[in-house]
Design a protein around this ligand. Structure first.
Ligand code: GLN
Length: 534
């Protein structure tokens, strides 16, 4: 294999067209032909990472094995490709400027005036090419966040222009994702916004090789011809991306349109292998043909924006398909649930979601109590585990004032406490317990049975922990702390002895569920909910 090739994905006309899904779908199709790929996201905002962002701003914060707090698109990349991403796969304007300014302070620029061009653009080019180093990947796909024409995207577009020129023909290409709106009054699909957004790209010196057109209706030959002529692309490079019932159907649709074939042709890469999509198609078939339905209540405080819990929702889709059921997620606002049991009616399972801060926690505790006393399958993730421990301490151990130091720093009974190494931290960004940590289960525990092993590693994102001083009391009364970090002794999982399926995990299993390897905890939880329904 020669040097790594680069594909850039830009977006035009509107945000939220799904650049991440198109990038992941193309990567899947190329991976199925034996190519090695990774996908990177460049985000034009000034935050160093989305770790400090409210989920309502930007959706879920996805966490990688190496502890990067990243854009949720990285979750899609991992779920589609079944390959881990890392710190290098998500770069923000904040990171770019931070590193350029650090270099300036060190004197690296030897007295030169530091400018957007070339210093910021060079830094961007470097961050893109880091992934291509050592030829670890045949192809690197870089998704440029934002919409072409935005002020903040300009340095990225300029960096792409330079890189494309430096790498030369057949080594780099630009795919422009755009919207073809349908005007119902005129009963017509309109190409003008796309023409304008391509023109904007051309003003920056980039002529995209491939257009991917998001549309609600089939685009006919006339429209394809028109787009080709006015946007300077070959007709075969006009790819329709029609709305799909599920994101997992997009690779199939892109294959039908020939997105992979034209990409390989433009990159001068071999197209002589029949793509191996057997596993993928098996999953999509199961997903489409699920016969039964179950309902899981998701208790959280960001329920108005579903992107806040993206990885959890996708994990349910994976686990549902492999269990032949459709999982309906019923949103329960944790601020509404106090003492209102009717909302749990007709639910086959309850999940208490991760989260931060005091708002809505009494509602989460009430939901745990309902699941525990009514024997409803229950999964508590991170804050959800912490709420389960508080509920058990208050209602079973009869410690009325049991609380988390996060909610009440002066509580006399901190059953959930701040880790020692977190106590003196002044900086909020990037300072939680992050990324992959080992966990060892007690032999014979429910968790070891679910995972089929006693040694696992899962990803974390939290500051608070179960307080070991209360563990003996919890265990004596039926809450088993079944998983521990082998080095620190910190509690990683809890389970109830006297309950069909009640599990809390301090880590985030949802970050590791993929199409090829659905997560065992979600598989088992969905199975238990299916049983409960019967
Ligand atoms: N707020 C809790 C902590 O920091 C839980 C975090 C989470 O749910 N991700 O420990």
């Amino acid at each position: 294999m020669a040097d790594t090739k680069y594909i850039f994905v830009t977006g035009g006309v509107s945000s939220s067209l799904g650049k991440g899904i198109i990038a992941a779908s193309l990567a899947k199709l190329l991976q199925a032909r034996g190519y090695k790929l990774t996908i990177q996201k460049l985000d034009p905002y000034i935050n160093i990472d989305p770790g400090t962002l409210n989920p309502y701003e930007h959706g879920e914060c996805f966490v990688t094995e190496d502890g990067a707090e990243t854009d949720l698109d990285l979750g899609h990349y991992e779920r589609f490709l079944n390959v881990n991403t890392s710190q290098a796969n998500n770069v923000t304007t904040g990171k770019i400027y931070q590193s350029v300014i650090d270099k300036e302070r060190r004197g690296d620029f030897l007295g030169k005036t530091v400018q957007v061009v070339p210093h910021i653009t060079n830094e961007i080019k470097e961050r893109i090419q880091i992934l291509g180093q050592d030829n670890k990947y045949d192809i690197v796909i870089t998704e440029i966040g934002g919409t072409v024409g935005d002020i903040e995207s300009l340095p990225y577009i300029e960096a792409v222009r330079q890189l494309k020129w430096e790498l030369g023909e057949h080594n780099a290409l630009v795919i422009h994702l755009t919207l073809i709106p349908y005007l119902s009054a005129a009963k017509e699909l309109k190409t003008k916004p796309t023409q304008h957004s391509v023109k904007t790209l051309m003003e920056s010196g980039i002529s995209p090789e491939i257009l991917v057109c998001r549309t609600e209706h089939e685009i006919n030959d006339d429209i394809r011809n028109k787009l080709a002529l006015f946007c300077n692309v070959k007709k075969e490079a006009v790819i329709q991306s029609i709305d799909a019932a599920s994101i997992y159907e997009v690779p199939g649709l892109m294959a039908e349109e020939g997105l992979d074939t034209i990409t390989l042709k433009k990159l001068n890469l071999k197209d002589d292998v029949v793509p191996d999509l057997e596993k993928w198609n098996f999953f999509v078939d199961k997903l489409k043909n699920a016969t039964e339905e179950i309902s899981i209540g998701l208790v959280g405080k960001y329920v108005d924006l579903q992107d806040s819990y993206k990885s959890i929702l996708e994990s349910f889709i994976h686990a549902g398909a492999y269990n032949d059921v459709k999982v309906n997620v019923v949103w329960i606002n944790s601020e509404d649930t106090e003492h209102n049991e009717t909302i749990y009616k007709n639910l086959d399972g309850l999940l208490v979601a991760p989260g931060f801060g005091e708002r809505g926690i009494e509602g989460k505790i009430a939901a745990v109590e309902f699941a525990r006393t009514h024997k409803v399958p229950f999964l508590g993730i991170c804050l959800g585990l912490q709420m389960a421990v508080i509920e058990f301490s208050r209602n079973v151990l009869k410690i009325a004032e049991a609380n988390s130091e996060e909610m009440d720093p002066n509580t006399p009974h901190p059953v959930i406490g701040l880790m020692k190494d977190q106590k003196d931290l002044k900086q909020m960004g990037g300072t939680m317990r992050l990324g992959a940590w080992d966990c060892k289960f007690e032999a014979g525990s429910k968790l070891s049975e679910i995972y089929g092993t006693t040694e696992i590693s899962e990803r974390h994102r939290h500051r608070y922990e179960v307080n070991n001083e209360y563990v003996e009391d919890l265990e004596k009364n039926g809450m088993l702390c079944s998983g521990r970090n082998p080095k620190t002794g910190l509690v990683e999982t809890i389970e109830l002895k006297d309950h069909p399926w009640f599990v809390g995990v301090q880590y985030h299993p949802e970050y590791k569920s993929t199409v090829a390897t659905p997560h065992p905890l979600f598989l088992s939880f969905v199975e238990a909910a299916k049983k409960f329904r019967k």
